[in-house]
Design a protein around this ligand. Sequence first.
Ligand SMILES: Cc1cc2nc3c(=O)[nH]c(=O)nc-3n(C[C@H](O)[C@H](O)[C@H](O)COP(=O)(O)O)c2cc1C
Length: 166
Amino acid sequence: MIKKEIKDFSDIFNKIKDGCPILVCGNKDDYNAMMINWGGFGYLWDKNVAFIFVRKDRYSYNFSEKYDNFTLSFLENQSPHIKEIFGLKSGKDIDKFKASNLHPCLDIDNNMISVSEAKMVLKLKKLVSIDLEKSNYSSLIIKEFYNDKPYHMLYICEIKQFLVGE
Ligand SMILES: Cc1cc2nc3c(=O)[nH]c(=O)nc-3n(C[C@H](O)[C@H](O)[C@H](O)COP(=O)(O)O)c2cc1C
């Protein structure tokens, strides 16, 4: 047998890491969008699932706690401008869609928002929220990623729909 890099096991690792999708939580009247690239995909409780990590200081955290429906929109090209707006700016300060060349897309049936320009969209339903408390982390991770910064909430979500642009 030939030894391969673990990352070559499947492309799903790169989908979230390099794809930097935009997570939208909420409904048409009340939603927020931010870029993510931590997380993953898997199979749990007989369902296809996505693992989403939202840090508690994000404005999005208010929405991810309040609502059960999320979307993940993957864009063809992730420009620095999009990254700067959706990955650095907060929805409590600006309307990120207005500030960018992206547009919200309403799914009327499910009252969910995704990104119109996406080449691929996953529609998610929250199944479990897990508070990742400090006591459960290894000290190495705390030192490298947290220190005094807020910790993450983990949402395990069922992948309800997978849409690909025409
Ligand atoms: C490439 C990239 C990946 C990111 N991944 C995550 C993530 O997985 N989870 C998270 O909570 N924040 C992540 N962020 C940070 C948020 O996108 C950023 O803090 C954003 O401004 C939060 O917006 P909000 O305050 O409107 O929720 C990422 C940022 C970038 C640039």
